[in-house]
Ligand binder design. Structure first.
Ligand code: PMP
Length: 369
């Protein structure tokens, strides 16, 4: 008697497992190296603001009770920063949770989700999971956003247009004039999601948040942010969205799980927002080290994309999986890109100077450049 095929939806079979890379412990165990540079996940080498240590020494009540399902205190605080009402702020278990919640809320089977390519894989994956069809707008030959193609895609009225700015994994970005041109091409039937996970690193550059430009437009939209990157709280899982209107917040609230953000993460995010100096130090370190690494990679002859993020996307002749494997053996974790057309590219996160030096030394050693 043959077994029935497992009852799993085709949409789940179609998506690749998320590649979170190896943990530090796993690299130590497999490769017997002690000094590790973890540069595959765009984390903050400085970690969270120092004030958070007090929070963790007094964690009992936070852990015992259910969190506020509304995350009221944090939403009120974030609303102040963005000059919106608190009923236009949604919280997520990381911003990836909000990407899933938005896809679940908006996409019907067969709907088009247009996005930039190469993409943050979860943008595509959650759309596919809902039965959506992904339309990719590939970067130009010089690894910049293809504005003409993006505007043409917007004019085709996808149900969802979701893109990151600055763009992961490439690092390219939409200037204010590009953003304005894009917004004027979007139909009100399209929901726009701008994922600004790396916006803090773009401070001072012509890469504005979409929130101000979208205010007053007749579009439905969400702008996503995270505490995982510049705030150094990746392990606590908390992100947020500013959305166009309170009605949309209400629908997203129905679509998320009631306690999607935990009490410790909510409290930590509030503390993190108060330490502007730590944020500034984190951004300055990333920007300074990014430009140092860019110059060093250029000397070694790699192609490097322009980047306003805390990472660089670079490529050479070698297939990226093989190169990443050889770097792992030297204790360096980077992210090899696998999407078609970009198999010779890797994304390296900007770490502490010691980690960046380890990365450069290992890269020279394994490529002989
Ligand atoms: N969006 C983008 C563009 C990202 O690069 C990431 C993390 N790699 C996320 C969202 C998810 O971040 P988190 O869930 O940690 O907030």
């Amino acid at each position: 008697m043959s077994l029935p095929s497992s009852p799993v939806r085709d949409e789940i079979r179609a998506i690749a497992p998320y590649n979170a890379g190896l943990t530090i412990e796993e690299v130590r165990r497999r490769y017997a190296v002690t000094e590790i540079a973890k540069l595959g996940s765009n984390e903050n080498p400085l970690g969270p603001a120092p004030a958070l240590r007090h929070l963790f020494s007094d964690i009992g009540e936070l852990a015992r009770l259910y969190p506020d399902p509304e995350g009221r205190a944090l939403r009120v605080r974030l609303a102040l920063d963005f000059a919106v009402s608190a009923d236009r702020v949604v919280l997520g278990n990381g911003s990836e949770d909000l990407i899933a919640v938005l896809c679940r809320t908006i996409l019907r089977p067969g709907d088009v989700m247009a996005t930039l390519y190469p993409s943050f894989p979860l943008h595509e994956d959650y759309a596919v999971l809902m039965g959506g069809r992904v339309e990719r707008v590939a970067v130009t030959a010089d690894l910049d956003v293809d504005m003409e193609a993006l505007i043409a895609a917007a004019r085709r009225k996808p149900r969802l247009l979701m893109l990151s700015n600055p763009m992961n994994p490439v690092g390219a970005w939409l200037t204010s004039s590009r953003l304005a041109a894009l917004l004027s091409a979007i139909d009100p039937e399209t929901v726009l999601v701008v994922d600004e996970a790396y916006a803090e690193y773009a401070d001072g550059a012509d890469c504005p948040s979409a929130v101000a430009l979208l205010e007053g437009s007749d579009l439905s939209w969400a702008v996503l942010r995270t505490f995982s990157k510049a705030y150094g709280l990746a392990g606590l899982r908390i992100g947020y969205g500013i959305v166009s209107d309170a009605a949309l917040t209400g629908f997203l609230d129905r679509s998320r799980t009631p306690f999607n953000t935990n009490a410790i993460a909510q409290a930590a995010a509030l503390v993190a927002l108060e330490d502007r100096d730590h944020l500034r130090r984190s951004v300055e370190l990333a920007v300074g080290e990014r430009e140092r690494l860019r110059a060093a990679l250029a000397v070694l002859g790699f192609r490097i994309a322009p980047s306003l993020g805390n990472f660089l996307f670079f490529g050479g002749e070698e297939e990226s999986g093989a190169l990443a494997e050889r770097l792992l053996a030297k204790g360096v974790i980077v992210k090899p890109w696998k999407q078609p057309g970009f198999e010779r590219f890797l994304r390296v996160s900007i770490g502490a100077p010691r980690e960046n030096d380890q990365f450069l030394g290992a890269l020279k050693a394994v490529t002989g450049r």
